[in-house]
Write a protein of this length. Structure first.
Length: 346
């Protein structure tokens, strides 16, 4: 958790509004802001990284905002923003909907143009930034909820609102791993609330989170196939989960995790072997490029998967003699190296 900065510590008063505009555009999304209080503008912004989602709190002088398609093209985090207005009133419009929200919740989409303006009083809000792909609810269906005054004083709306307030207040006393665990809970609560507003109270947030986690793991694997140390244990550690939980996540998939990694590596190697620009590179160099440490093991796995050896596959693909590459196997070995492991979580 960290306070980006409070406008009171920005040097001159006339610089505060410019700081606010730059901070919102760089940390949230590009947007056009205006205010009649630029000479004495005050604001502070706090962010809490919850892993799956992000929570932020903002207090500011009266301000108007306008986000156009030009702004969307300049930068779009592809988030749905669920905001709780704790002080002040906000008039907001998006996708043909318009509401005045005070003390309630309101949903907006960063990928759509929007306009908002608060009355002549300080505005305080708590905003939950939710990656669109993390929600199991169709974007078209959610359009009907955009810029609507959603209840925060009863039912699941009250639960979500209370949880957001409590999380913001107690986050400074939580460890990062605890906050990431609470992020999953926050996502579940928000999903259940929005599903209820759509008339789908039976939506399963846990299943949605599992799908999102599985997608992140697939992206992580694709980015790191060239690293021979890419193992289920490493993947579990990088995603803050147990090895048993990781294997359970793949239980309903066509391949086990280890088989998926092996097949992905084989597919990448198979593609490279058929590329003319790699025609002079030894088979073992291409195998090493995609994480295979044993030339014998690679050849055996390749034949089991495709019914022919890597050399035979290359010969059929390039129309070359199967043993041509063995004339001088060291000649090009230095030209093809395994890609550096990136270890990004997608």
């Amino acid at each position: 958790m960290g306070t980006l900065v409070a406008s009171e510590v920005v040097g001159a008063r006339e610089d505060r509004f410019d700081w606010f505009c730059e901070t919102v555009s760089s940390h949230v999304m590009p947007v056009l802001l205006s205010s009649r209080h630029t000479a004495d503008f005050r604001a502070d912004i706090t962010e809490v990284d919850l892993g799956a989602v992000r929570l932020s709190a903002m207090t500011c002088s009266p301000v108007r905002s306008r986000r156009t398609m030009t702004h969307v093209r300049q930068g779009d985090p592809e988030h749905l923003q669920l905001a709780l207005l704790t002080r002040g009133a906000l008039r907001i419009s998006q996708r043909g909907n318009e509401s005045v929200v005070s003390g309630g919740l309101v949903l907006t989409d960063t990928s759509r143009p929007s306009e908002a303006a608060c009355a002549d009083e300080t505005l305080t809000s708590v905003v939950l930034q939710i990656p669109r792909q993390a929600l199991p609810l169709g974007a078209d269906r959610l359009d009907g909820l955009l810029a609507r005054n959603l209840p925060a004083d009863s039912g699941s709306g009250a639960v979500v609102a209370d949880f957001m307030r409590s999380l913001l207040a107690r986050a400074p006393h939580c460890r990062p791993e605890e906050l990431h665990g609470l992020g999953a809970v926050t996502l579940d609560l928000a999903t259940a609330f929005l599903a209820g507003q759509l008339g789908e109270p039976g939506a399963t947030p846990a299943e949605a989170r599992a799908r999102e986690t599985l997608q992140r793991i697939h992206r992580f694997i694709e980015h790191n196939l060239g690293d021979p140390d890419l193992t289920p244990r490493l993947i579990a550690d990088r995603h803050n989960m147990s090895l048993r939980g990781l294997h359970a996540l793949f239980a309903g998939q066509p391949l086990t995790l280890a088989a998926h990694i092996r097949r992905s590596r084989l597919e990448r190697a198979r593609t490279d072997l058929a590329r003319a620009e790699f025609g002079g590179h030894p088979v073992q160099a291409i195998a090493a490029r995609w994480g295979f440490t044993s030339a014998t093991g690679f050849s055996r796995a390749f034949r089991e998967a495709y019914g022919l050896t890597p050399t035979e596959h290359r010969a059929f693909s390039l129309g070359a003699a199967p043993h041509a590459e063995h004339r001088n196997p060291a000649r090009h070995a230095h030209q093809l190296v395994p890609p550096a492991p990136r270890f990004t979580c997608g």
